[in-house]
Design a protein around this ligand. Sequence first.
Ligand code: NAD
Length: 344
Amino acid sequence: MSGAGGEPTRVGVVGLGYWGPNLARNLGSISGCEVAWLCDASEQARERLAPSFPNARLTGSLDDLLADAALDAVVLATPVPSHAELASAVLAADKHCFVEKPLATTAADAERAVAAAQASGRVLMVGHLLEYHPAVTRLKELVDGDELGDLFYIYGNRLNLGKLRADENALWSLGAHDVSVALHLIGEEPVECTAQGASFVREGVQDVVFCYLRFPSGVVAHLHLSWLDPHKERRVTVVGARRMATFDDMLIEGKLTIYDKGFDEDTRSWGEYIARSGDTFSPRIPNVEPLRVECEHFIECVRTGARPRSDGRSGLRVVRVLEQLQHSLDTGGRATAAVAPAAG
Ligand SMILES: NC(=O)c1ccc[n+]([C@@H]2O[C@H](COP(=O)([O-])OP(=O)(O)OC[C@H]3O[C@@H](n4cnc5c(N)ncnc54)[C@H](O)[C@@H]3O)[C@@H](O)[C@H]2O)c1
């Protein structure tokens, strides 16, 4: 195991389909981090990645990783329905665990994974990638620094043609990102969750979902999620009392833009408001890969025992909202209140 004396931090990556190789590539390029195992149920997936990691051992079974006393951490990039069970097994074997988003498909399963982390004292981090995006970090600083004034509302557009999934709908696949960003920026859990959507391509799997969230402070959020759309959009708009901001991840430059726009009271006629349309400003955002920042944060937490920004509890909060939204979706758009807030 890694620790004092310059020992490397040894990680194993499980799930080498579309996303796992990106995690392995980033982890392998972090100084002092060694990808010791590559694991996938598919031999083809293992063989495809093996040449890039000549020193890694290959296996089709997570048990081999859990039995390796020299392994510090396991990174899970398997399909969503397997997340909570595999993460709990990793933590029960006293390994640190990074699990891709969302943490689980139900709040009850997510709670079990959080309990497993608590019992083992190991790090549990959920791959809510956008929380590690430098533009979101800057946006959060603007919100917390009261640069936008009191928050009024937030809306997210996450649209594209594909990737069409069978084991999760557009809410769980795309919405996990926007829900995590909304909770991160607003710093509250919603008191009302409503969603409507429709399945056009595959029966029972919603391709397009519209969500509405209302928070205790009065802030509201709307999410438009679709993998059946002619536009490719990845945009979050934040409207505050003093300024407004957009995070547009499709732009190469100006990903974050702040608009000095709003309404001011017209001092000439009491009770009237006039629109203010001032400067528009795009701060420089460091050109680093968010996945790299996320992986470095995980390894840092493994080494120091620090609590990750997107720890198990924050992953649980996202799952609770997704579950409420799914419930609303299943009942034709009825509003559901989020259950008792997660502690911590
Ligand atoms: N953060 C992001 O932006 C982002 C982007 C894409 C995917 N993801 C997440 O990554 C995860 C994987 O998605 P994907 O698109 O790579 O899926 P995928 O289907 O392409 O790959 C999953 C792989 O896991 C393997 N697998 C399944 N169960 C296993 C088990 N028990 N043991 C070992 N291997 C097993 C499969 O053989 C497959 O190769 C999902 O949670 C998804 O939400 C995140």
